[in-house]
Design a protein around this ligand. Sequence first.
Ligand code: SF4
Length: 346
Amino acid sequence: MTTITPTLAATEQPLHFHATRKAAAPSVDARQQAWPVAEVQALLDLPLPELMHRAQTVHREHHDATEMELATLLSIKTGGCPEDCGYCPQSVHHETGVPATKMMTPEEVREAVLGAKAAGASRFCMGAAWRAPNDRDLEKVEELVRVIKDEGLEACCTLGMLSGDQAQRLKGAGLDYYNHNLDTAPELYGDIITTRDYQDRLDTLGHVREAGIHVCSGGIVGMGESRAGRAGLIAQLANLAPYPESVPINHLVKVPGTPLADELDLDPLEFVRTVAVARITMPTAKVRLSAGRRQMDESTQVLCFLAGANSIFYGDKLLVTGNPDVEADRALLQRVGLKTRHTFNA
Ligand code: SF4
């Protein structure tokens, strides 16, 4: 048992993790821990009109409040993941019927990149269901990153844990962004995932930062946590130094066969509050509505936009004419009066 202290000021309690190796260069800087959990919780506890006003004020100071980023992710290797994340249908530990696929070829990815480019994308993100890439996987991903860069787009990946050397290799191939979520607050983490620990995640984020790659990191709400749990997650993210450029706030999708399939529904206003507090505590970040948006009613989504969400996950692959989800999204954004920018990025 090792005591890890980087998050001490954030939680005001020492945190004990089953970490057996030395952490990477700290991804949480004690000098810049601006957001103790109690302060984040105080924001979450504000009357909603007050919280929304504060979130909108911060949002308008740093962003065009009428602009929405559209982000898309291509799964280059789906299913068969050895991790046991309790929310994930791609884990081999859960009976969800998601088949494991092989990694896409450079030709297939190039075709997808060209399609994304034609649709106006400026960045292309690839996801793979791995605990961590092995050396052979990484070589292939490096090649895929070069395909994206050849076509003049920014490249983003989400591949699981990375070592420092792997992050450097991806940077060398031209990778611009890396997504790796903290998922939840440290004290709740063991209830959701047992096959890797919180410090593994902080280490990966540290390696990504050290390699000079932009960080995309967020979490999932609605997994049975209390408001204090949501405060713990947001404080962790906000106290990363610097905080992530991109913060996906996911709502649990209850997939039959996963351990969280029967979780109680979260009050939608709690989700809105979480988005607002992410906006206030990470002012310049893109705050992204990701998983779970499809299950949300449109009014809740609009409240999230007003709370400072300025990026949405859009479609599940390339833009396809006639895709009803994409059409519904376009109609909603038009009704709200938001102009869009498509990044094809997770
Ligand atoms: S590591 Fe990723 S793909 Fe694997 S089970 Fe967890 S969330 Fe799913």
